[in-house]
Design a protein around this ligand. Sequence first.
Ligand code: DON
Length: 547
Amino acid sequence: MKNLITLLLVFSCSTVFAIPFEGQKIVVAGPSPFSAEITTDVYKKGGNVVDAAVAVALALSVTAPYYASLGGGGFALVKMGDAVEALDFREVAPKAATANLFKDKPDTASVTGGLSVAVPGIPAGLKALHAKYGKMPWQALFAYAEKYANVGFRVSGEWSRLTTAEWERLNTTAKRTFSQGQRAEKALMPGDWLQQPELTNTILRLRDYGTDGFYKGPVARAIVDTVKANGGIIELEDLANYKVRWLKPAETTYQGYKIYMMPLPSSAGVLMTTALKIAEKVKLENMPPLSSLEYHTWGEILKFSFRQRGELGDPDFAKNIPQLDFAKLAEEFNKKFKGDRVMVLPPPGSNIDVEDSDTTHFSIMDAEGHSVAMTITLNGNHGSGLMTNKFGIMLNDEMDDFNTQPGSPNMFGLLQGPANNVEPGKRPLSSMSPTLVEKDGKIVLSLGSPGGPRIISSVLQVLHHVLASHFDIDQAIQAPRVHHQYEPNKLFVDKTFSPDVIDSLRRKEHRIEIVNNVAKVYGVRLRSDKILEGAFDSRGEGGAGGL
Ligand code: DON
């Protein structure tokens, strides 16, 4: 009976929240209205931001398997005690992986099928986060995911579009699940009802047996069988050995705020620090917000900062990662920078090959500044295209984030270097950028986004517009953005730019490519009047809400 009441509660709250949502106790901004309902319910039951984050991530693994399946990985920045901590639950390369794993294989091998799958980290990440800071019982956080999997939910427009887009790449088990046997040849349409009984069994095993319910026993066996039947190399031992890492975040300052960023194996810490130091040096805060001069400068800052990415990799493996002098880099930029024309930047000189590729983010914050900023991914939309033969788990294609084919760009067109070669047990270099901002010892802003390398550019521009241009969080998130990643030498611009700004950027010799969206940012801010403000990007689906 109690379950039925909870169920009715969950399914009757299909409120569309205002943008931005304002609250006083706890606020979430994430990719689905479900996240707001779950966060509110967890808080009312006595849970904290970590409990809410775990419950939201579990529910997303059911309602948005294309980027949040338990078969993926991610990062979180967490502020619960005195210090901000970084949790790395990124996927790792299997034990049998070698630097030449993808040599002589088609380019698609690192994107679709068994070889593209790295050992998943999300279940271990959620368990580690809860074990350290959760207040509610682990089992209680599964109620929402279990209902969405077992009873079902109405699929959204985004669900239908993203699943249709990848249909040809999905294996038969995924196709059968995502068509519900009604039209086995095509994905459900928006508003259709989806039930996932196989995935319900996974959710219940993780609930009842903890990580052993996923990394050992029948679920682990189904992952290994599916990967191997599709040409992959993951063994039971790889799953049993998966470990999360608690890391010290990367830190810098900007406009009098302390910025906490994800350290390696995310490139975010290094690239964002470079960019923010340059932004201060060239006094970006004095340039008119949203002007072509501001966007020109962003393009140049991003081009300059991304140039270093090819030298980065998992620090537990790559030993020659340069220690960068950020002040010197800012000085070098300042000498070369011209307000009316792009600068020509030769490659940084070392052995950089070319690198590039679905993800989501949510931020949850309470009135005391306790925060979880979590970015999770399968890499490409629906990852490897493989759903496990039993247990309904979509598996990632995170191996493509390694330097799989030296000299060829990855799915995001990025330059990769030897520091990011495949090695057993290693994490691939990432661009995911959960970010927390502190003022006077209290977290006041939490941001993140999907979008591969565009994440870094987007989080930076939103940070700047909130901290330096004093936009409210919603204005900052909706404002047009640019992205540059050095290679290819192009300025990617949102389609919402006015033709005038685009013309002006062209006159400064930018090679412009207009794109549907430069990432999708989600953020929560604690204002000085103690109101929490949460907003999601109108470039995609989302929800902001709380209490
Ligand atoms: O870790 C990374 O950088 C990528 N695997 C993230 C992929 C991504 O954001 C795709 N989103 N649209």
